[in-house]
Design a protein around this ligand. Structure first.
Ligand SMILES: [Fe+2]
Length: 380
């Protein structure tokens, strides 16, 4: 038995124009738009506001959001929603703005603090309507049942998993990706690949998630390079937006693995880009996990275009790993944790906390704190 959850998806060039009528269809009259400064600077907020006006919606703005969004920001966002008697959320952004909108949505109907909902299935009351507009390819948060929020006191990223967090409507407009820098395109693109590979080898993978994970692996290995190379290559942008959507649907339902568990823990203590941490960790975690799912790693190599027909299974696994390493090199992603500013002295505490992250549960190979520490030392 398995379940598969997803929102209504509106995908394609110009789809951002559907945001106002999407809210109206859900019964909204006074929406809280949650976004970040990067989206405002790129002009996309203006576009969303205009569509809200055309649809006859009143709206309020909340944009006080960090790159790694914090619990306190979700609480402030919920306060703005309550003070203005809003009746729906629009999240416009990458993972940060969408995750804050989701966490604030929990608070406005369920009360309490964000940390009360850390873990799996802690939300008991329905959330207000959620319309999410993705501006990166990407976090996948616009389609997922996840919200990842920094607990500033414990210095960890809390992973909240609940079907209640699946947005009502996800709008994915590839045109928006043309305003992203090469650096951000590379980082978020390697996050997509990590979502795809981790969900494909997850112990919670199903035939339905495999379809999406495989498409995401194929598309991102083929189109991430040209997408980083040119902001005007709209075919590559559209394919990466599709890869992000497939990967989001796969990991939302199959969950992730050790790379994300470690990335969440490191991201709670360091202001690194989430995609950069995954980019560094992914090949090491793949090497470690190959023992648990060798045939799946052979398939990953094939999906990436490697000819593995004459190779034994361990050689095929190595091909998958080396392909991921080469991709990261080609697009200029960081290759070690130390070049990002990670300190070796943090390894013992990171190793212990990472084991408790919800994503560790679905890693295909059993893992101990010592083994997490070993992987982190390899990635230094
Ligand atoms: Fe991620």
């Amino acid at each position: 038995m398995f379940k598969f959850v997803m929102p209504e998806v509106i995908f394609g060039s110009g789809s951002i124009k559907q945001v106002g009528e999407s809210c109206v269809r859900l019964g909204a009259r006074n929406v809280l738009i949650v976004t970040d400064q990067g989206v405002i600077d790129a002009g996309w907020l203006k576009s969303v506001e205009e569509r809200c006006q055309e649809a006859g919606l009143a709206f309020v703005l909340f944009s006080n959001i960090s790159v790694n969004p914090k619990e306190t920001e979700a609480e402030m966002c919920a306060k703005v929603y309550r003070d203005n008697e809003c009746d729906a959320f629009i999240g416009v952004g990458g993972g940060s703005a969408i995750d804050i909108a989701k966490a604030a949505a929990i608070l406005v109907t369920n009360g309490g603090q964000v940390r009360d909902y850390e873990g799996v299935d802690r939300i008991t009351k329905p959330l207000p309507p959620l319309v999410m507009v993705s501006t990166t390819a990407g976090s996948g948060s616009e389609v997922s049942q996840f919200s990842v929020i920094v607990d500033s006191e414990r210095h960890i990223k809390m992973t909240i998993v609940s079907k209640s967090l699946v947005p009502d409507i996800a709008i994915i407009d590839p045109d928006v990706l043309a305003t992203k820098s090469a650096r951000l395109t590379a980082s978020t693109g390697l996050d997509v690949l990590t979502h795809a590979i981790e969900s494909f080898v997850s112990i919670a993978a199903t035939p339905l998630t495999d379809v999406h994970a495989k498409n995401a692996i194929m598309l991102s290995s083929q189109f991430l390079r040209p997408s980083v190379a040119s902001r005007f290559n709209m075919e590559a942008k559209e394919k990466m937006a599709m890869a992000s959507l497939h990967a989001g649907l796969a990991f939302s339902n199959a969950i992730l693995g050790a790379a994300h568990a470690m990335a969440h823990t490191i991201g709670g203590r360091y202001l690194f880009l989430h995609g950069d941490i995954n980019a560094v960790l992914l090949p090491h975690v793949m090497e470690f996990n190959a023992l648990a799912a060798p045939e799946k790693f052979r398939t990953i190599a094939e999906l990436m275009g490697e000819n593995v027909s004459s190779l034994c299974v361990s050689e095929a696994c190595e091909k998958a790993v080396s392909h991921v390493r080469k991709l990261a090199v080609d697009i200029g992603a960081p290759l070690t944790l130390s070049e990002m500013g990670f300190e070796e002295s943090a390894i013992p505490v990171i190793s212990e906390i990472a084991l408790l992250d919800a994503c560790m549960i679905t890693n295909p190979r059993d893992i101990s704190a010592d083994e997490v520490a070993f992987l982190l030392r390899q990635a230094l």
